[in-house]
Design a binder for this molecule. Structure first.
Ligand code: ADP
Length: 161
């Protein structure tokens, strides 16, 4: 079975990586779909985000790294895939995720959303908190893969963005 793992991934964290690794063991094929959201201020471009994911996941074989713009349902139809995976860190994620899953199913009835519960050792992680720490010159080495750590250091070299 093929599944799409959509998100901003700005940038990839060990939390995302935990979901990706576990997901790749459960599904035949995983498509990591990076959202190109022009309304959101992202630190990394879509190309940069995709490159970081590719580098950090190069040992996982059944992965495709792609990007999309607009509705996830339209993207899923184009890819011929009606399974979505999302990570759940805490109850606070649940309400929004539930709403999205129901709306998506209304728009695309055969679309199924699966939730994977975060491992407790990374459940506190988010891209935003990692960016915040990096912008303040803090140590992020245990929160993100090495390539992401280096890329964040480079982005915040001249101070906060
Ligand atoms: P979005 O803007 O779509 O929420 P994110 O990159 O923030 O994009 O998150 C993508 C997906 O990864 C979401 O399902 C989110 O819940 C999940 N996720 C993010 N951080 C973690 C984490 N630390 N553990 C598990 N899942 C996570």
């Amino acid at each position: 079975m093929k599944v799409i793992y959509p998100g901003s991934f700005d940038p990839l964290t060990n939390g995302h990586l935990d979901i990706i690794k576990r997901c790749s063991e459960k599904f035949d094929e995983v498509i990591i779909a990076v959202l190109n959201n022009t309304k959101k201020h992202n630190v990394f471009t879509v190309t940069e985000r995709m490159e970081l994911i590719k580098e950090a996941t190069k040992d996982i074989e059944n992965l495709e790294v792609d990007h999309f713009q607009g509705l996830l349902t339209e993207y899923a139809k184009r890819k011929g895939c009606n399974n979505i995976i999302r990570g759940l860190r805490a109850v606070s994620d649940f309400e929004y995720e539930m709403q999205m899953a129901l709306v998506n199913r209304k728009v695309y009835p055969s679309l199924e959303t699966y939730f994977m519960v975060s491992s407790s050792k990374v459940s506190f992680l988010s891209s935003s908190i990692v960016k915040e720490i990096a912008s303040l010159n803090g140590d992020i080495s245990c929160f993100v893969p090495k390539v992401v750590e280096d890329a964040l250091k480079e982005k915040f070299k001249g101070g906060s963005r």
